[in-house]
Design a binder for this molecule. Structure first.
Ligand code: FAD
Length: 533
């Protein structure tokens, strides 16, 4: 065993010499003791954004956490090397965050997913949970947990993302107002730090590492296993869409919906800019929309809005007031009617559907398939996601509408409310600061996702650069005090922008980096910290 370890170390050294050599003589898959590096780096150089294509020098397909520990342990103890390492989950980043130029990409999907479900009452006390590999996809976890009638509580809209990848950013969707982001629904993590140390951590055991890694953009360690909180899964979901022509009514109703977590299980919203959005976003919604608004009036464009909410058909809810409990006790469709009565949408523009829980959660997959069918999935995606304080939301909406041409915009613009107190401030995730002495309703903030596709047939390299410049302009204007927004899944051009992004949390971030990855080996794609040799 010791001999094998020794061989592995020597061979990693050989690999590093290869990486440091300008001619990079790696020609074929290489086996170094227990570690196997691939020369084929093409997948590791591409992500969903299709904006950056940084090639690593080698790819590691680890078979266990120990493989990753061996690699990082060696790199952090050798003083001559400048090699960096990026974990790659599903590679759905936009700006090369999971890439490592001339470094090593660790492809997390190589780890066996090993999903183990523990159900409360069946030999398990306390809560139901799943233990799952950091490289497993959320869709895999959904498949396995549903076999036991369970599911995670907090999701992303799209499920072909890795557990480690979304825990590294936060993980938000229409359930976040109720259960918090995915990083608020984790009980335990196995992490390999930048020093190669394999640590099992929880909120009370090695808490500094646990919280650092959650929302930590891969800076402190590689998550090899996660314990995710589960709840009973409903079989069916009532899925509702309601349309608005008034922004205030739209946001007021969203906030009304999130104030009734006893009744409502999911709330999102969209800015409806053009016909194309209505068609593409309805691929999975199994009810015909008779909504044909006039997008132009008096020569200028008009935006409409759509609230999407869902109610689980699970008959097991408890309400905080007698009035709400009376509603909760009713059948699912009656609950929807009760909720709908309280909303101020455009008359007769509320649409209902009933779907299985699985189909509801996996709805974006249908859109993916439809876009793949017409060659519009694997195109550049100059996306911008921002957390916007409620007080700056209208100004942000105006800024956005001034900066984009609604007719040409392809893709959804998401806009929905979250609640600050569902986020643990110990994690590395960054939200806009609440104003000093902020009103109670500043508990609410919004996530706005400007999820544009750039079809190369009509948007050339110069056009893509222009879209990225415009995104930068929006992000900078929105970060100024008038709006006070922060990017979600941030992308910044320089370390000083990163400092500004983290604001008063910068010192904590830097201290965590110094403790867990002092040489700056991990996640170089963000450009936050330099590699120190
Ligand atoms: P990657 O792109 O592979 O990696 C992202 C970052 O995490 C990199 O820095 C990488 O080094 C690091 N990383 C990856 N795995 C690990 C690990 N095991 N341990 C430590 N660090 C790791 N986000 C939401 O919150 N809500 C949504 O609804 C949502 N919908 C999306 C829909 C689509 C179609 C796409 C493309 C993205 C969406 N996202 C959403 C964004 C997504 O959550 C992030 O981009 C996420 O990081 C992608 O996960 P991934 O597995 O592809 O990560």
């Amino acid at each position: 065993m010791e001999f094998a370890l020794f061989c592995a170390r020597v061979n990693v050294l050989l690999l590093l010499l290869a990486l440091c050599s300008p001619c990079k003589f790696i020609q074929s898959p290489m086996d170094f003791g227990p570690l196997s590096f691939l020369q084929n780096t093409s997948t590791a150089s591409v992500d969903f954004g299709r904006i950056l294509f940084n090639s690593p020098s080698a790819v590691l397909r680890p078979q266990s956490s120990e493989d990753i520990s061996l690699l990082l342990g060696f790199l952090s103890s050798s003083s001559f090397s400048r090699v960096t390492v990026a974990a790659r989950g599903a590679g759905h980043s936009i700006h090369g965050q999971a890439q490592a130029l001339d470094g090593i990409v660790v492809e997390m999907d190589a780890l066996p997913s090993n999903i183990e479900i523990y159900k409360k009452g069946e030999g398990v006390v306390g809560v139901s949970y799943a233990d799952v590999s950091g490289g497993a996809l959320w869709i895999e976890l959904l498949h396995e947990s549903l076999k036991r009638g369970l599911a995670p509580r907090s999701w992303t809209d799209y499920l072909y993302l890795s557990v480690g990848g979304t825990l590294s950013v936060g993980g938000v969707s229409g359930q976040t107002f109720k259960y918090g982001p995915q990083v608020s629904n984790v009980l335990q993590l196995d992490v390999v730090t930048g020093k190669g140390k394999l640590v099992t951590c929880t909120p009370t055991k090695s808490p500094e590492l646990f919280f650092a890694v959650l929302g930590g953009l891969g800076q402190f360690g590689i998550i090899t296993r996660a314990r995710i909180l589960l709840q009973d899964a409903p079989e069916k979901v009532k899925w509702v869409r309601a349309f608005y022509d008034d922004f205030d009514a739209f946001t007021r109703d969203q906030e009304l919906l999130i104030s009734m977590p006893e009744l409502v299980d999911y709330v999102e919203g969209f800015v409806v800019l053009n016909e194309q959005f209505l068609h593409s976003s309805s691929t999975a919604f199994p009810t015909h929309l008779h909504f044909t608004p006039e997008f132009h009036s008096n020569g200028s464009s008009r935006a409409f809005y759509c609230i999407e909410f869902a109610v689980h058909d699970d008959g097991s809810k408890n309400a905080s007031t007698e009035e709400l409990q009376t509603i909760v006790n009713k059948a699912g469709h009656q609950v929807v009617e009760e909720i709908a009565r309280r909303l101020s949408h455009l008359p007769s523009h509320l649409y209902r559907a009933e779907v299985s829980y699985y189909d509801f959660l996996n709805r974006v997959r249908m859109e993916e398939m439809s876009l793949r069918g017409v060659g519009l999935w694997e195109v550049p995606h100059p996306w911008l996601n921002m957390f916007v304080p409620k007080s700056g939301l209208k100004a942000f909406r105006d800024l956005l509408l001034e900066s984009i041409s609604p007719d040409e915009f392809a893709g959804p613009v998401l806009l929905y409310p979250l609640l600050r107190d569902k986020w643990d401030t110990n994690t590395s995730a960054v939200l806009p600061e609440a104003a000093e002495g902020a009103a109670e309703d500043e508990r609410v903030l919004y996530i706005v996702g400007v999820l544009r596709s750039a079809n190369p047939a009509s948007c050339t390299a110069e056009c893509l650069r222009d879209l990225l410049r415009r995104n930068r302009g929006i992000a900078e204007a929105a970060s100024a005090p008038g709006i006070g927004a922060k990017q979600y899944i941030p992308h910044h051009p320089s370390p000083s922008h990163w400092r500004e992004h983290f604001g008063r949390r910068w010192e904590r971030l830097a201290a965590r980096k110094a403790r867990f990855d002092p040489l700056g080996i991990l996640a170089p794609g963000h450009g936050i910290f330099p590699r120190i040799s």
